[in-house]
Design a protein around this ligand. Structure first.
Ligand SMILES: [Zn+2]
Length: 426
């Protein structure tokens, strides 16, 4: 029998509204009980005095690079980095080699995750074959094999007719459609956000409108098809406003924000450090404020990292030649505490919801709750432990983080998956 008693932590469970000091008992991979001074014989004890105990964090947007790009990340290393970031469940995008556009690849990922991942891994399938934007992928059989959503992520479906067919089909299967909203014609050739900074640096710009027009298009297609539509990593003020409007109309539209999009602006790019190069690009301070406002107002459903490992050989080139994307799993909680909670913008409970019930609701994962009988996935974190992120110590195989060397106040302390402690701070 596998028993763990987490004693005396401040337990925050947004699913039930519970927010008080209590003990949490886990048994045989399930939540057994929550209450004061639990008597739980023969259990391993974790003393959580002074710490926060919540449902396991869920990241609905990561890139694990396996199969095919294992020199950048594997399911095993990505899941270890997730656990070190406090995440117990991660959802991986389909842009592997081959693309996860059929049940064989989905089953391979599910099988590798079962064998090697310390966290739960939920695959996201491609919308179109090879994410080429033309023919629909084998969505039905991928759903049977375990996908929880469809997306062509960094290769967004440009043809509105194909997107309409995808949403109709996804609706019939009750799968959400996640779009990395980018009009590739508007963004073509750009390396950073188009604005004063790009002009000053002489770098080619990606206008915010390249995101906005796709958010608008897909909200309208979602409205006409009734599909559940989720905006990945929204970053512009107009996107936030449109999602908020869609919600007001009662449409099944949701969105996520990444820590880097609410923590830093395009001004950072002046260093020409390619670790500030991602898509969508770091935006203006007005956009950053709008994303935070969206989080405050409830327009944003989830915090997701878009963890995108790239090996040094690719990131250490001239800015224009580097691939887009940065690591995110290990710094998400530290940045969220700093920019959202310590800054007084949202409550601790609201932040926890963005990592738990929010993402669980978007993808209808039966996670993000401490109800008795639920999977024993638990995150324990501190709001004041001081620690410095050293990317060279990362569990990821890659090193592309702009936050290496940054000191955080608050961060993960232990990560528990199915009742087992899979990571703990030394
Ligand atoms: Zn993306």
């Amino acid at each position: 029998m596998n028993r763990l008693l987490i004693k005396n932590g401040r337990v925050i469970d947004p699913a039930s509204g519970f927010n008080a000091t209590a003990d949490l008992a886990l048994e045989n991979g399930r939540i057994a009980a929550l209450g004061a001074n639990l008597d739980f014989a023969n259990a391993e004890v974790y003393d959580a005095t002074g710490l926060v105990v919540t449902p396991g964090f869920i990241d609905i947007h990561v890139h694990l690079r396996e199969p095919g790009i294992e020199h950048a990340e594997t399911i095993e290393t990505g899941a270890r980095a997730a656990a070190a970031g406090g995440f117990t469940s991660i959802c991986c995008m389909p842009n592997t080699v081959p693309v996860n556009d059929n049940a064989t690849v989905t089953s391979y990922i599910v099988d590798r995750a079962r064998k090697f991942a310390v966290t739960n891994v939920f695959p996201i399938g491609a919308i179109t074959k090879g994410s080429a934007g033309q023919e629909l992928a084998a969505i039905g059989s991928m759903k049977n094999a375990g996908i929880v959503a469809i997306s062509d992520d960094g290769l967004p479906v440009m043809n509105a007719r194909v997107m309409r067919r995808a949403m109709e089909f996804a609706r019939s299967l009750d799968l959400p459609v996640i779009d990395h909203c980018e009009d590739l014609n508007l963004s073509a050739g750009g390396d950073m956000h188009e604005g004063l900074t790009s002009t000053g640096l002489g770098l080619r710009g990606i206008p915010a409108s390249s995101e906005d027009v796709m958010v608008a298009r897909d909200i309208l297609i979602a409205k006409s098809t009734g599909a559940r539509f989720h905006v990945a990593h929204l970053s512009s003020a107009n996107s936030v406003a449109m999602v908020a409007h869609a919600k007001k109309l009662g449409l099944p539209v949701t969105c996520e924000a990444t820590p880097h999009h609410f923590a830093i602006t395009d001004v950072e790019v002046a260093s020409y450090d390619s670790n500030y190069k991602m898509k969508p690009p770091l935006r203006s301070s007005c956009d950053v404020e709008a994303v935070i406002e969206g989080i405050v107002s409830g327009a944003v459903d989830a915090i997701a990292t878009d963890h995108a490992p790239h090996p040094g050989s690719e990131k250490m080139q001239e800015f224009e030649k580097c691939p887009f994307g940065i690591l995110g799993l290990e710094t998400a909680l530290g940045l969220s505490l700093e920019k959202l909670v310590h800054s007084g913008r949202i409550s601790l409970g609201a932040m926890v919801a963005l990592f738990t019930t929010g993402p669980a609701r978007v993808l209808r994962l039966e996670r993000g709750t401490l109800a008795a009988g639920a999977p024993a996935d638990v995150t324990i974190f501190s709001t004041d432990v001081e620690w410095t992120y050293d990317v060279n110590q990362s569990f990821s195989k890659s090193r592309n983080s702009p936050f290496s060397g940054r000191t955080f106040r608050g961060g993960p302390m232990a990560t528990i998956v199915s009742g087992n402690i899979v990571w703990r701070r030394d």
